[in-house]
Design a protein around this ligand. Sequence first.
Ligand code: HPA
Length: 297
Amino acid sequence: MFMSTQPTIAMYEASAAYLREALKNRGLPMPRTAVILGSGLGTYAASDAVQKELVIPYKEIPHFPITTVSYQKGELTIGVVEGSTVLFFNGRFHYYEGWEMWQAAYPVAVCHLLGVECMLITNAAGGINANTLIPGDLVCVTDHIKLCAESPVRGQNLDVLGTRFFDMQSVYDKSLIAMAKHCAEELGFSLKEGVYAYMTGPQFETPAEIKALRMLGADLVGMSTVPEVIEAAHCQIRVLCISCVTNYAAGVTGNAMTEQEVLDTAAAISDKFCALLHRIIANMTASMQDRMNLPKK
Ligand code: HPA
């Protein structure tokens, strides 16, 4: 039935209540920051930079979707970075797996109910703009293009999450982008900027599709992120999105495209990526503490 594919606020509340209880039992303050780790980019949550407090498989969280991508962990790591609680979603949900778009965005709405104000969203992407981007580059997403009709917030609006119609002009937060670029400079490299085009996949794009996306103003292409960003805008969560260019998009070199190339490039830049993430997350949590006037531990 049509309405059976729609989420209810009770579902989101049940997921949030479960996590709130887990945080309380562990004596952890509620998180203000959350991170979604993309394909091949999950190593940060397991690194020593994160003081790990709890690892919860998605299947234990009521109503949570379960990731079906073999190399994505499908677990939530709750950690402490520089004295603040941070949620790390290690594995995400894609439309191409068969999830509805609202399911792809599900963790974002749960984060909102927990009080998260700021999200770092990462992904692997194909580089469309070969004038400025090469595989291995890290790019701040400044805007996106979504050509498919589906939206994670289609259907009855859940007012607890946000308003029916909402602004999409400032979700990619300019001050977070400036902060991220500064972090990269401190680490000795420059973070590029680009517009991300969302394609539903799972097939990679055709050369003609990439040509069209290039003409429309896209620099990067990928199969994730945009459902999450739309839900974040709905919930008024500020987003910083970092893409790792793992390959040239279709038709740029003419070489065959493979998932292995995506994973190999993501693995090759893992150290650089983790160092950047750490600086960014430390800055994000510090700015939240400043805003809330909380003492820094
Ligand atoms: N296209 C779509 N998604 C991707 C790509 C790509 O070229 N690379 C990594 N994710």
